[in-house]
Design a protein around this ligand. Structure first.
Ligand SMILES: [Zn+2]
Length: 235
């Protein structure tokens, strides 16, 4: 499999600096507040994939979802691209319905997992990227186990460390430990650990449902680069 030259070109660029990441974060927070300054409970996060992806996990992998290498979606100079393994979950609610989008660009089956299983007080959370696709702006956050390889990677590359209980994107309510998300940008969550879907089902903390596929119904091989034309999310 040849790597497209555009991907190789990105790989040669230096990573976003601490200052640039902070600037990207500030722009993301500004846009979120301008667009919609409300928050909504995020009861579940979701992962959309074609049915054959789930069949393979169930039939051949004993239910285990293994982290895979982050693609080149988003900012081409983000240090997490091609360097850190995880699993993407959606956390960006439809602003009007305050629910997950009813359709998906990534497949026809959706795994729903209770948000507090993936994000709770035992985790660290970092802001990694801000970009746009279609008509939406997205914030990428990385969730790690403190002290893990992935956690040390985030610190070494100056990702913006957020307070899990007090940040403008995705936070835990310190009264009842429920998770809240901004309605101003769509937050996508990169979980840096494996997850067994049989455990999820057996513990009653998630389920697999059908979702209406749209477009290609699968993700792009190397991800989609950030739209250079947008002056909101480009430095
Ligand atoms: Zn943009």
């Amino acid at each position: 499999m040849r790597t497209p030259t555009s991907v190789m070109a990105w790989q040669n660029q230096p990573y976003l600096t601490k200052w640039e990441l902070q600037e990207l974060y500030d722009r993301c927070v500004d846009l979120a507040e301008e667009t919609d300054n409300r928050y909504a409970p995020l009861v579940q996060m979701w992962r959309d994939k074609p049915h054959h992806y789930w069949n393979d996990i169930i039939q051949n992998k004993n239910g285990m979802m293994f982290p895979y290498m982050k693609d080149f979606n988003g900012d081409q100079r983000s240090a997490i691209n091609g360097n850190i393994k995880g699993l993407f979950f959606g956390g960006g609610l439809d602003r009007r319905r305050k629910r997950p989008p009813y359709f998906s660009y990534f497949g026809d089956k959706r795994l729903l997992v209770n948000a507090c299983v993936l994000f709770n007080e035992s985790k660290n959370i970092y802001f990694a990227d801000f970009y746009c696709h279609y008509q939406y702006h997205y914030a990428t956050v990385v969730i790690t186990n403190p002290g893990s390889t992935q956690d040390r990677f985030c610190q070494r590359h100056h990702l913006v460390k957020l307070d899990p209980f007090n940040n403008p994107l995705l936070f835990i309510d310190d009264n009842d430990y429920s998770v809240y998300v901004t309605l101003g940008v769509r937050v996508e969550v990169f979980i840096t650990q494996k997850l067994n879907i049989f455990s999820v089902f057996n513990n009653g903390v998630g389920r697999l449902v059908r979702v209406q596929p749209r477009g290609r119904g699968r993700s792009h091989k190397n991800g989609i680069p950030k739209k250079a034309i947008c002056n909101i999310c480009n430095l």
